[in-house]
Design a protein around this ligand. Structure first.
Ligand code: RP5
Length: 315
């Protein structure tokens, strides 16, 4: 588990905020990745990962015969601007900034294979070597906006329920936070706002940007960690920082006109009154926000909804 501290400058006060995310995360997440071991590999019909049982995920468990399936998508091998050179030996600066590319991990220093110069996934074996669909060897950094407010109709509820802005991803229709990759030189707050504008508002009009700036004015970092993303491999993996923008009174979001854009097929407000089958590690991020705001901890009651839930509204 990463031991990070988040510093926020608010007015003239420098607040040292202990990593609430790490404490809460340990309560709400499981310890081994599961989506990062699924077959066939996402986006393919025939790339099967080597099966890795829970007991052998950790690199500390000796497995001399372990041989992962090698796969890197052809669009990644073509070396587009967002991807690294196919030869990991060309990368000189792992575990630090490499020009504008942040190759540090929230999980601490990761190991590099002596022979291949490939980084080793700090969360353990995935059954797949190479980069799959990911551009960078090692960590690939994302930011996830967690935009919440209190559900409007609380009359039949015993505890206060939050609602949250979620999208359906275009690539797999999964219900997800409207997050995305951090661009070179960006920080997570800027990236989370930009992704929210692109995927949940489909707009960069000045008035809309101003509205979202206000919504994120008191936003907080609540999660900085590994993500159990189905694209992860033994040598490339997702990490994310989740940014919590909570609208306590409902005033900041009452005129928000949600519209899906970019990688999002749909966008909606979703009530957090049951478990939704969210993408990657988004459920963990959402639970941290729920605990932080003292809302109904829906996961204690064993209800589960399909990922295309109906209890949504767009106003
Ligand atoms: C997840 O993938 C992150 O948590 C983030 O939501 C997302 C970033 O990837 P793209 O949406 O850009 O594909 O692991």
């Amino acid at each position: 588990m990463s031991l990070l501290w988040t510093y926020h400058q608010q007015g003239s006060h420098l607040l040292l905020q202990s990593s609430l995310s790490n404490i809460l995360r340990s309560i709400v997440t499981t310890s081994v990745h599961t989506r990062a071991r699924q077959s066939p590999y996402v986006g393919t019909k025939d790339v099967q990962r080597t099966a890795v049982p829970d007991s052998k995920v950790s690199w500390k468990v000796n497995w001399p015969d372990y041989k992962a399936t090698e796969y890197t998508a052809s669009k990644v091998l073509k070396n587009p601007p967002w991807a690294d050179d196919p030869d990991a030996k060309k990368i000189k600066s792992f575990n630090e900034f490499d020009g504008k590319i942040d190759r540090r991990s929230f999980m601490g220093e990761y190991e590099i294979d002596d022979k291949t110069n490939r980084p080793r996934n700090p969360a353990g074996r995935t059954g797949l070597s190479g980069r799959g669909l990911l551009g960078h060897w090692g960590p690939n950094h994302a930011a996830d906006p967690v935009v919440t407010r209190w559900a409007k109709d609380q009359s039949n509820l015993k505890e206060k329920v939050l609602e949250i802005v979620l999208i359906n991803r275009k690539d797999n229709n999964h219900l997800a936070l409207p997050g995305g990759m951090i661009d070179e030189g960006e920080n997570a707050f800027v990236a989370a706002k930009r992704e929210f504008l692109e995927e949940a508002m489909n707009s960069n009009d000045d008035a809309v940007v101003e509205q979202i700036d206000k919504l994120f004015e008191n936003a907080d970092s609540i999660y900085k960690d590994y993500v159990d993303d189905p694209r992860n491999t033994d040598n490339a993996w997702m990490e994310s920082e989740a940014i919590d923008a909570h609208d306590e009174t409902g005033e900041l979001t009452k005129d928000l006109r949600l519209e899906a854009g970019d990688d999002a097929a749909k966008v909606k407000w979703v009530q957090l009154d049951r478990v939704h089958n969210l993408y990657a590690s988004h459920e963990s991020m959402v639970r941290i926000a729920v605990k932080k705001h003292g809302a109904y901890e829906y996961w204690h009651d064993n209800q589960h909804s399909s990922e295309t839930t109906d209890d949504t509204n767009n106003k």
